[in-house]
Ligand binder design. Structure first.
Ligand SMILES: Cc1ncc(C[n+]2csc(CCOP(=O)(O)OP(=O)(O)O)c2C)c(N)n1
Length: 575
């Protein structure tokens, strides 16, 4: 096998990926992956985004793939470089994001014999990939060239089709790793008209029992994360409106709009009396489960109520084992086909909207514009960003604040978040990847300080790759979320080992990465800072005060809801 063999095969492989539709790849430097890297970089139909850190590269690719709804390739050298893909590959698996990992490896004779940078890369990502393939080293013959074209089509198709997800191709490569002569014409130049070697016809939407499903008057729609198919979100909102049903939609669902969307379900369902009074006759679920704990607990308590999950990708989003039926129908068609012949129950929807209105009024009154708190920041971003903008929201409190404090009713900005595995890692890189996916307005990232510190290296994408993300960091010097948990009482170890204050000066990080840094304290200052593209906008908050604020807002909201009901039940814990 010569370098010419290697490059002929890889050129055909990349040509085929491009024919399948691959438009973006992320490269990281190394020696062993030189042939893959150069073959991708020389393929004009594929934009190659260069990254120093493989962990950032993979999370960036995740962002591109998420925002563009299409596979993205990543390539790195052998050894721990490939291991750095693990977190993003796992997130992609859980969040159903198509990634094509192309890792370079030592050839068989250099494995487990003390050769440098050689680790066991076979099935490195375990069950977190849809398909693993050890790509044998080979000479370029008409037969192997046909095979590698087919292989590229299979990789692309496997990542993109059915339930999307990552695939892993491990390429053992022998030296020499660069060409010493010009590459000859391809003896197997690919199909005519630029078609892929193998094309798969789209799977037709199946007719299912959901078509024509008759539903009762007192139903509810619960919509969770579905970052790809916003058509499902729209269909959920329309169905809820048509049927006069409350819509409990988290911001990641694309469904949180329309006259029946209930913004404050996370708060309302903390009240046991309200939760009991609004038990429905049917629950229709789309997308992943929303983050809200009270909503999850309420669904879990309704084991005897018929719960129907519209889930064509067999995702089994049901930790409480309460779903009665999983309908694999195409969700838009299934939602459109819901109909009722039961007499309308105006009190049903009114109970929810009255409570939502009362709770929202209290939350709004309690959010003081003069002091930029964490919930107010979430509220302002949800209110002020236009629908064509994308807001990437980090795990921890930002995603929770978005769920409770985002408005509902008018179309929101597109909201994306790494909620497949709920990690705080790679969030900055994901946001830059989202910015790299062409075709939408500005990108804003709402993130906590620990999550920002975790992926601070992701900031290098701004200057190196010429991308703008406006980063709004809520800096409470540690993990504020842990103050809401029982561990906060473990005084001997809590601060140092759980809250983990760091005292980092993000202005200096901004300077290192060539970014503007602005500190803001009021809603007006935030609005002004948001006018500028890119940079870091820092809001200093206090973890203990944040806990108190969340508690007092929740108590005020719940009190207003109880005041609406004929019987006022005992107080429930706010957080
Ligand atoms: C990779 C990873 N490590 C650890 C955790 C556990 N964790 C959840 S939230 C959190 C703290 C996040 O703090 P910050 O980003 O400042 O947000 P805040 O809690 O203050 O809102 C940690 C460490 C995680 N989810 N993912």
């Amino acid at each position: 096998m010569t370098a010419t063999d290697t490059y002929l095969l890889l050129r055909a492989f990349c040509d085929e990926l491009a024919r399948c539709g691959l438009r973006n790849a992320c490269t990281s430097p190394g020696s062993r992956n030189t042939p893959i890297l150069l073959s991708l970089a020389r393929e004009p139909r594929i934009h190659c985004w260069s990254h120093i850190d493989e962990r950032c590269a993979a999370f960036f690719a995740l962002g591109v793939a998420k925002a563009g709804h299409e596979p993205v390739a990543i390539t790195c050298t052998s050894g721990t470089a490939a291991a750095n893909y693990v977190p993003a590959v796992i997130e992609a698996w859980h969040a159903r994001v198509p990634l094509i990992a192309l890792t370079a490896d030592r050839p068989p004779e250099l494995r487990d014999v003390g050769a440098g940078q050689a680790i066991d890369q076979i099935k490195l990502y375990g069950d977190a990939v849809k398909w693993f393939c050890e790509v044998g080293v080979d000479t370029a013959t008409p037969e192997t060239l046909r095979w590698i074209r087919q292989l590229a089509c299979r990789a692309y198709d496997t990542a993109a089709s059915g339930r999307p997800g990552p695939v892993h191709l491990n390429f053992p490569l022998r030296e020499p790793l660069v060409l010493d002569a010009p590459l000859p014409e391809d003896p197997v130049p690919g199909r005519a008209d630029g078609r892929p070697w193998v094309q798969r016809a789209p799977v037709p939407a199946s007719a299912t029992p959901a078509h024509g499903r008759t539903v009762p008057a007192r139903g509810i729609i619960v919509a969770g994360r579905d970052e790809r198919l916003h058509a499902v979100g729209d269909a959920a909102a329309h169905a809820a409106k048509r049927l006069g049903w409350p819509l409990l939609a988290d911001p990641l669902s694309g469904a949180r709009h329309g006259s029946t969307a209930i913004a404050t379900y996370d708060l309302l369902l903390r009240d046991p009396d309200f939760a009991q009074r609004v038990a429905p006759e049917l629950i229709v679920r789309v997308g992943d489960l929303p983050t809200s704990k009270p909503l999850r607990a309420w669904l879990a308590s309704l084991a005897d109520t018929v719960q129907l999950a519209l889930d064509p990708e067999h995702a089994w989003q049901d930790p409480a084992a309460v779903v009665h039926e999983i309908d694999p129908a195409e969700p838009v068609a299934a939602l459109d086909a819901l109909s009722t012949d039961a007499p309308a129950d105006p009190v049903w929807l009114q109970t929810w909207t009255d409570a939502d209105g009362a709770a929202q009024a209290e939350l709004t009154a309690g959010l003081d514009d003069a002091v930029l708190s964490e919930p107010l920041t979430a509220r302002l971003l949800g209110d002020s960003l236009p629908p064509e903008a994308t807001l990437v929201v980090a795990s921890s409190m930002p995603i929770r604040d978005a769920e409770l404090y985002f408005p509902a009713g008018e179309p929101l900005p597109r909201v994306l978040s790494n909620r497949g595995a709920n990690g705080i890692d790679g969030t900055v890189s994901t946001a830059f990847g989202v910015a790299a996916a062409a075709g939408r307005g500005r990108v804003v990232l709402l993130i906590g300080d620990v999550a920002l510190a975790h992926d601070i290296g992701g900031l290098v994408a701004a200057r190196r790759l010429g991308l703008d993300v406006t980063i709004v960091v809520l800096n409470n010097d540690g993990g504020g979320i842990f103050h809401f948990l029982p561990v906060s009482g473990e005084a001997d170890a809590f601060e140092e080992h759980v809250a983990t204050p760091h005292g980092l000066d993000f202005a200096k990080a901004a300077a290192l990465y060539g970014l503007e840094h602005t500190s803001v304290q009021t809603a007006t200052e935030l609005a002004a800072a948001l006018q500028r593209p890119g940079g870091i906008i820092e809001i200093r908050t206090d973890r203990a005060q944040n806990l108190d604020l969340h508690r007092s807002l929740a108590e005020a909201g719940l009190a207003a809801v109880r005041a609406l009901s004929p019987t006022a039940p005992a107080a429930s814990p706010a957080a």
